[in-house]
Design a protein around this ligand. Structure first.
Ligand code: NAD
Ligand code: USQ
Length: 400
């Protein structure tokens, strides 16, 4: 298939672009490198030394003989997106190109607005570009499990049957997102659903859980292809952070009681899920929702898993309970369905099989690059300011 990977320089996008290229698909990456700029803004860097995209693509070509096309630009720039769509003529577009950190979106007004403009406008532009130039193209959009929040009932895959005053209907599952970032995904979902209804767009919303792991078969071919591994308080996700903390003997930073429960999946399953979605497209006018995760864990479960895995390699890992900087339920019911991707053929990798190899080993290998100042949380949901918290630069849309 001809597949465009928007956000292909990022964590999920890079692994996906290589995987799809390796599987024989014709792949184009679209990215404006803004994520690398946000790292500069925050004074953080990936634990793993990621190379510039042009170098990575060159090495990929040298090693495999396969080429990935590159279009550098901002998806919030409609002219750029339209001309790219016309030139590449994708059969499927995988849209990863958003600001994806909840803490980043909660820094202050500027970052909240920047996140929502970047995400909502990018997705809207894409919907319009597909309608105008590739109406049969299937949009595979990354949403998040965090769109649902943590309701006290089972979470369905996108839709719920409701009976009210003796009448019955199948309706979008209620959304209770927990940050301005997670809210941007809800807005995207609504816009996509509307476009499917009025224009007959084909779309799949992948409500993805927290992704972990660095290694995929393709990335492992050469260190020059290595993927990012974020461990800082803004872009680092909980399991990566715990592994980096363990590697340095720093106590694990459990926020609040640690009962916060989320869906998780291995990066090797992310790449397979998006391929499965592409190979089995939504029908014209269909807005499909898949819950994309394989296992659920509480934050405290993860801390104990890392503690035990650390023991096996001789590390002494302690747990710190910090006041939760977020506004979220610290103990709650969580039971989310996730069978649609399994039905399409996903065979999950489980955390117990990769914790040591793909996470703790990587953290230990690159531990000299860890800055411990990035472990403690500074962004606080209750104190999101009106003014800018970081001196410079402001939220910027294009790389310098
Ligand atoms: P990432 O920050 O590593 O990558 C995102 C990429 O998109 C970056 O390369 C960035 O430069 C690019 N980008 C952002 N805005 C852009 C714009 N306006 N124009 C062009 N390029 C732009 O993020 P990720 O972890 O790979 O996440 C990818 C997607 O998956 C996001 O939509 C995120 O919300 C979703 N997701 C991620 C996770 C996770 O655990 N990482 C979990 C669930 C959902
Ligand atoms: N947490 C800790 N200690 C830490 C870091 C986080 O206890 O050091 C807790 C958080 O309070 C939260 C949970 O761990 O309850 C998950 O936080 P996270 O930073 O790992 O993940 P989150 O903010 O939810 O965001 C990540 C990705 C986002 C994606 C989302 C999927 O950054 O792009 O949408 O996971 S989901 O969580 O299912 O919404």
């Amino acid at each position: 298939m001809k597949i465009a990977v928007l956000g292909g320089d990022g964590y999920c996008g890079w692994a996906t672009a290589l995987y799809l290229s390796n599987r024989g698909h014709s792949v184009a990456i679209i990215d404006n490198f803004v994520r690398r700029l946000w790292d500069h803004e925050l004074g953080v860097q990936s634990l793993t030394p990621i190379r510039p995209l042009a170098d990575r693509l060159k090495v990929w070509h040298e090693l495999t003989g396969k080429s990935i096309e590159l279009f550098v630009g901002d998806v919030t720039d409609y002219e750029f997106l339209a001309s790219t769509t016309r030139t590449f003529e994708p059969e499927a577009v995988i849209h990863f190109a958003e600001q994806r950190s909840a803490p980043y979106s909660m820094i202050d007004r500027n970052h909240a607005v920047g996140t929502q403009v970047n995400n909502v406008v990018g997705t809207l532009n894409l919907l319009f570009a597909l309608r105008e130039f590739q109406p049969d193209c299937h949009l595979v959009k990354l949403g998040t499990m965090g769109e649902y929040g943590t309701p006290n009932i089972d979470i369905e895959e996108g839709y719920i049957t409701i009976e009210h005053n003796g009448r019955k209907d199948v309706l979008p599952y209620p959304k209770q997102p927990g940050s301005f970032y997670h809210l941007s995904k809800v807005h995207d979902s609504h816009n996509m659903m509307f476009a499917c209804k009025i224009w007959g767009t084909r779309a799949t919303d992948l409500n993805q859980g927290v992704v972990y792991g660095t290694m995929t078969e393709e990335v492992a071919l050469d260190e020059a292809l290595i993927n990012r591994f974020d461990y800082d308080e803004v872009f680092g996700t909980v399991l990566n952070r715990f592994c980096a903390q363990a590697a340095l003997g720093h106590p694990l930073t459990v926020y609040g009681k640690g009962g916060q429960t989320r869906g998780f999946l291995d990066i090797r399953d992310t790449v397979r899920c998006v391929e499965l979605a592409c190979l089995n497209p939504a029908a014209r006018g269909e807005f499909r929702v898949f819950n994309q995760f394989t296992e659920q864990f509480s934050v405290l479960d993860l801390a104990h898993l890392v503690q035990n895995a650390g023991k096996q390699t001789g590390m002494k890992v302690e747990i710190d309970y910090l006041p939760d900087p977020r506004v979220e339920a610290e103990q709650h019911y969580f039971n989310a369905k996730h069978s649609k991707l399994i039905d399409l053929g996903l065979v999950p990798h489980f955390l117990s099989d990769s914790l040591l190899d793909s996470l703790i080993d990587i953290a230990v290998r690159y531990r000299d690059r860890i800055d411990t100042a990035l472990f403690l949380p500074r962004v606080n949901w209750r104190q999101a300011r009106n003014d800018r918290r970081v001196e410079k630069p402001a939220f910027a849309k294009t790389a310098p």
